[in-house]
Design a protein around this ligand. Structure first.
Ligand SMILES: *Cc1c(COP(=O)(O)O)cnc(C)c1O
Length: 382
């Protein structure tokens, strides 16, 4: 292990996948083991227990399933929605649109509160929607990765009884106190703030959410995503016993466990981790502001800490910035929101990039961003 080094590569600072540590990558390279073996069972069991720790939950039912973050929407819709149920989606961007589309595919009646571009849904808007109609579930995107807009998860959890958070981008980069904030479902994935390669759908459901699931009268609208299949599996592995439904990606689970061990047991506490994300976000935003660039989130109170969405200078396109940064070894990405995707670009600052300062990643991002923006402006003026 001590001699293992990653292949030389460009710095990956998009909002997921992100840079992973040598130890995480090395865990992924461990020879595949039988998913039912004594060797694998504690790897899976630890992953379940440590996921709870990251989300500050005492007893959530954890699901770790091969698939991307998107599978979380399918899990929620297949297991918690029955045809005709009313669901409210607090939409702050592209990922809210997709969540709505998925819920509708399973027969939900979805109403949306749509925030303006760069804004989050406010408490007043939420209360108005809740007083107009009864909803079985309310769903929101914690960090909408298309806009870098941060929703107030605590406020939403305190205002709503049954709340579902899409925290694919937010988990381990923003504070999430699942129990204290009354979040009933938190869905995420391995490749963003959680610092592992892509390929795992990770979901936490409160006891209340599981009770809603158990009370459903129609059959679960899915097979691979069915909690009926997965609850016994997750419980067996946590109890130290193997059980089979569908083969878990043993390598990825090992890599994920390694990242969780670093997040929960490393020299940096969870609280310090969140503070380091805030600090990196401030540095990137300050550097962009100094270059005369504006942020997509309308105010710092709705700006994510794990990523930034930054408007391009007038007359400058995504193609002027992103390839130039890549040529200097820094991989960022363009916009994603359907109306405005050509007007801004996005930088991820999550995980080891912000936690292990000796890597110098944020310094590099800022230096390259500054060079490229100055170069492009210079060209414009020439
Ligand atoms: C990335 C992301 C998703 C989708 O996850 P995939 O792993 O790409 O399927 C969903 N919601 C949010 C908020 C995301 O950032």
């Amino acid at each position: 292990m001590s001699t293992f080094k990653q292949e030389p590569h460009k710095l990956l600072v998009i909002p997921g996948p992100i840079e992973v540590t040598d130890e995480v990558l090395y865990a992924n390279a461990y020879p595949p083991v039988a998913h039912t073996s004594a060797e694998f069972i504690p790897v899976f069991g630890d992953s379940i227990r440590l996921t709870r720790e990251v989300l500050y939950s005492k007893d959530a039912q954890i699901f770790i399933i091969a698939g991307s973050g998107t599978l979380g929407w399918d899990q929620i819709a297949a297991n918690l929605v029955e045809a005709g149920d009313s669901v409210l989606v607090l939409n702050s961007g592209y990922f809210g649109d997709s969540f709505t589309e998925c819920l509708r595919a399973y027969g939900a009646h979805v109403d949306e509160v749509r925030a303006d571009f760069g804004h989050a849904v406010t408490q007043a808007q939420l209360e108005k929607a809740l007083s107009a109609k009864k909803y079985k579930l309310v769903a929101f995107t914690h960090v909408d990765t298309s806009t870098a807009v941060l929703s107030d998860a605590k406020m939403i959890g305190e205002t709503v009884k049954r709340v579902i958070s899409d925290a694919v981008c937010a988990a381990a980069s923003e504070e999430i106190r699942m129990d204290a904030w009354n979040l009933d479902v938190v869905m995420t994935a391995s490749q963003k703030g959680l610092g592992a390669p892509p390929g795992l759908s990770i979901l936490a459901a409160s006891r209340k959410a599981i009770a809603v699931f158990e009370k459903r009268t129609s059959p679960v609208a899915g097979f691979y995503a069915s909690w009926k299949k997965w609850i016994p599996i997750m419980n067996a592995y946590e109890a130290g016993k193997p059980m089979y439904f569908a083969t878990p990606p043993v390598n990825l689970v090992r890599a994920y466990r390694q990242s969780l061990l670093e997040i929960t047991g490393g020299p940096v506490s969870l609280e310090e981790r969140f503070a380091l994300h805030r600090e990196a976000a401030e540095r990137v935003k300050a550097a962009a502001t100094k270059l005369g660039l504006k942020m997509v989130p309308a105010s710092p109170s709705v700006a994510a800490n794990g990523m930034s969405a930054i408007y391009l200078p007038d007359g400058v396109g995504v193609a002027d910035i992103v390839p130039r940064m890549a040529a200097r070894g820094v991989v960022v990405t363009g916009g994603l929101h359907k109306d405005t995707k050509d007007k801004y670009f996005r930088i991820g600052h999550m995980g080891t990039t912000v936690v292990n300062k000796q890597r110098g990643d944020i310094d590099k991002v800022i230096a390259v961003l500054t060079d490229v923006v100055n170069e492009v402006k210079h060209k414009q003026n020439a």
